[in-house]
Ligand binder design. Structure first.
Ligand code: NOJ
Length: 803
């Protein structure tokens, strides 16, 4: 079974069967204004924060057949009343003659045919704007004239998204709607929570005279809500009631009589769902976007934005699925994670204090640097804003208020209130930013630490470099009985929550990687004292890891507070962890023989045809000492599931030891594009990485969940472009160090770097995995494998021979 296909020429995935196994979504706009559009037209929209300023009510847990957030009804008269249907399939579920959902870059286009009516709807947020536009083109293909009415409908939520579901007294008393009669019979239906009446209103409007409207759900569905979204009783009436809701469940339904549409003729209805302080400041733009030419222009600008965004790095490899992923879908997913962190998806619901994750967004930054370095810098500033004076970091924060918290550690009183890894990721992100941009002045920028006085003033501030140094010093001092870094509440693996005093090998290795970055930076800055200090830290930690954590065939993953290992052959369950092996290679702590032995163990013990499991065997029963990991059955999520985020780290580690065949095997087996042919097993969107796939200890091996918002996006992009294709920014230039399958004859990459374009052609005449024999740039020999910074706004031809 297939539900659609990739249209690489248009950079779209086209869904052709609306009954996908789960909802497949797309993102429109950004966190500044935007959200999710599902493939049957439902939307979850917010402005700046899904928890604190949500606009539409979208309940993912309801069955897929249900109305969610927004729909469109069309109707025409029949002898016994109106035939009412939705061109999005949901919620009326009529049988279609044609259904296509084009999942595009920042837009979704749904094309359908029902009852001789072809509807072509493009849904998008214009660049930098605060409205969702639906450009609805309705064509009569029935062969005879048809009188058609169009009724787009939105359902609002209280702006405090969680309150909507936890308070059924206050919320409905506050929700109100008002009609604003604009020029030429046009209508703007506004909606607000009473406390926001004068400061923040949602609006829904169109470019066609509204003959009547409805703003209360109960009236729209009819019969005291024993009417349904599949068959709203009010749509059997000639007109809606023009009721301005004073409380209750607010909707906006606008009834348009499109009149008699002749065969072949098209009516174009444009709706806008937006938010502003009040109607008056919103009016100029509302009026502008009623003009179809302006909508076309905004859509063209969006297309141009994505064209430029993607053109900054394009690849041409012998593998078509890799090309599709690296040229379109993977960078697009990275853009999405940069915006939404782990905050808003169909699985991460954007309620309460979840907010932007410190470690998550630091890693997301690393996936967008080639195309969105300005936005990345903004995000880095926000992250540094929630770093604490002692160098550790708050775990997450609300982007609207910048109020941060300690994450799940708040739920267990006797556990540390920090995560051992959070603050170290920022070093990787900042140095990646510096290498990409050369913006060394950023290091001198002063940014406050998180702690504030009672009246809200920061208690301390430091330069960006100071923030990095404090992050290192925190971990340097925070050591346990083996001299290894303490775990804190958890490290990258949120679900292993050991007693205070436990040590983490993941943090040890991340510390090692961060130290390598600090050493390289200090060398670049000419700071010999810092080079010596960090080298000393590095060598000491390397020694400790190798003295204590080698288990014979792999490295252990943790030491519990009593000194007993987890991730050792001596354990019954959780004997080996994937990150326990990839990271000692990434940190450079593992000597080559241990590195290859440990990676071999990953292949032998953890690899499956659907990806590398995070650990094995899965814990089989709840154990309060180990915490969250044991709440999952074996094979699910962190408990022996294929947690995709960890896969690119194994890929990177394989490239470091020079095993290009295996690196590519790992890359290919998790490429979502390849899942299109096995979609009944996989179930999620084949155009993005999911967070997790059930492992082979689970009866539903291969089933994916939690698509879109995963660190897999950033790391798979880095693994593909910087380690397999091997093109990495450094302070001195562009490093070329591919590690590819030996059967490849070569590949090409076009990449922007420091204001010049590099057309890189790599040839592999000797069919090796790794090893650069020669490089020339514009015909001149390059010594070593770092191509210089040209910075001249021009294109340069780089020829590389492997061997
Ligand atoms: C998802 C969380 O967002 C991320 O921060 C964490 O590293 C992984 N789960 C693994 O537990």
């Amino acid at each position: 079974m297939q539900y659609g296909y990739f249209d690489d020429r248009r950079r779209e995935y086209v869904i052709t069967n609306p009954k996908t196994p789960v909802k497949w979504i797309n993102y429109v706009g950004t966190l500044a204004f935007g959200g999710i559009v599902d493939h049957t037209g439902g939307v979850l929209i917010c402005k700046r924060d899904p928890a604190l300023n949500r606009i539409t009510k979208y309940i993912p847990q309801l069955p897929s057949s249900e109305f969610k957030g927004e729909t469109l009804y069309l109707r025409f008269k029949q002898e016994d009343g109106y035939k009412v249907f939705s061109p999005y399939f949901v919620p009326t579920l009529d049988s279609d003659d044609l259904y296509e959902c084009h999942v595009g870059l920042g837009y979704t286009r749904i094309v359908s045919e029902f009852y001789g009516i072809r509807t072509d709807v493009t849904i998008f947020v214009p660049l930098g704007d605060s409205r969702v536009i639906r450009d609805i083109q309705i064509t009569n293909v029935s062969g005879q004239p048809l009188e058609i009415d169009a009724i787009p409908v939105v359902e609002y939520t209280h702006f405090d998204a969680l309150k909507q579901f936890t308070n059924a007294d206050w919320v409905p008393q506050t929700m109100q709607s008002k009609a604003y009669h604009d020029e030429n019979g046009l209508l703007i239906l506004i909606q607000y929570a009473f406390m926001n009446r004068d400061t923040q209103v949602n609006y829904f409007t169109s470019n066609w005279p509204v003959s009547s409207f409805e703003s209360e759900r109960r009236r729209f569905l009819g019969d005291n809500e024993y009417g349904t979204w599949a068959n709203p009783l009010s749509l059997q009436e000639e007109e809606l009631s023009n009721y301005e809701a004073l409380r209750g469940d607010n909707i906006a339904a606008l009834l348009h009589h499109l009149g008699a549409i002749q065969p072949g003729e098209t009516a174009r209805l444009i709706t806008q769902l937006g938010q502003d302080e009040s109607v008056s400041p919103a009016l100029p733009a509302i009026r502008r976007y009623r003009d179809p030419a302006q909508v076309d222009r905004a859509f063209d600008e969006l297309a141009a934005f994505w064209h430029t965004y993607l053109s900054r790095l394009q690849v041409e490899t012998p593998d078509a699925d890799m090309n599709s992923l690296l040229n379109v879908h993977n960078p697009r997913q990275c853009h999405t994670t940069m915006n939404w962190s782990r905050y808003l998806s169909l699985y991460q619901l954007g309620f309460g204090a979840r907010g932007i994750g410190f470690r998550d967004s630091a890693q997301d930054v690393m996936g967008v640097l080639v195309s969105a370095s300005k936005e990345a810098k903004e995000l880095l500033r926000k992250l540094l804003d929630v770093q604490k004076r002692d160098g550790s970091a708050m775990h997450q924060f609300n982007p609207l208020t910048m109020v941060a918290n300690e994450g799940d550690s708040r739920e267990m009183e006797d556990r540390p209130k920090y995560y051992g890894d959070d603050h170290l990721w920022i070093i990787l992100a900042i140095t990646a930013y510096l290498k990409e941009t050369g913006d060394m002045a950023f290091l001198e920028e002063a940014i406050p630490y998180y702690e504030k006085s009672k009246d809200g003033h920061p208690l301390d501030s430091g330069t960006v470099l100071d923030h990095m140094q404090r992050a290192i010093e925190f971990t340097q001092k925070d050591a346990g009985t083996h001299g290894l870094p303490l775990l804190g509440f958890a490290d990258w693996n949120d679900t292993v929550n050991l007693r205070a005093g436990a040590e983490s090998l993941f943090v040890a290795n991340l510390f090692g990687r961060a130290l390598l970055e600090m050493i390289e930076l200090a060398q670049h800055l000419g700071d010999a004292e810092a080079v010596a200090r960090y080298t000393n830290y590095y060598e000491t930690m390397k020694q400790r890891v190798n003295d204590h954590a080698w288990d014979g065939e792999w490295y252990v993953r943790y030491f519990d507070a009593d000194g007993s290992p987890l991730g050792s052959h001596s354990n019954d369950k959780g004997q080996i962890y994937a990150n326990g092996q990839s990271w000692p290679v990434i940190s450079g702590f593992a000597p080559l023989d241990r590195a290859t032995t440990a990676l071999e163990s990953v292949y032998r013990r953890l690899n499956t045809r659907n990806g590398i499991k995070l650990s094995t065997p899965g814990y089989d029963g709840f154990d309060p000492v180990k915490g969250g990991i044991t709440t999952y059955p074996p094979g699910a999520k962190e408990n022996g599931g294929i947690f995709l985020h960890a896969n690119p780290w194994a890929i990177i580690a394989e490239t470091i030891v020079g095993n290009g065949d295996r690196a590519f095997e790992y890359y290919d087996q998790i490429n979502p594009v390849t899942k299109n042919d096995r979609i009944d097993e996989f179930e999620c969107e084949p155009y993005v990485y999911p967070q997790n796939i059930l492992g082979d200890e689970h009866p539903q091996f291969g089933l994916a969940r939690n698509s879109w918002l995963s660190g897999t996006a950033s790391w798979a992009y880095q693994a593909g472009t910087q380690y397999i294709l091997g093109i990495r920014p450094t302070y001195e230039g562009l490093l070329i160090d591919p590690c590819i399958p030996r059967k490849w004859a070569g590949f090409g990459v076009t990449r922007e770097f420091r204001k010049a374009v590099y057309h890189i052609e790599v040839r592999n005449p000797d069919r090796v995995c790794k090893g650069v024999k020669s490089i020339s740039a514009d015909g001149k020999k390059v010594e070593g494998n770092v191509v210089p910074i040209f910075g001249d706004g021009k294109a340069h031809r780089v020829e590389v021979i492997l061997g």
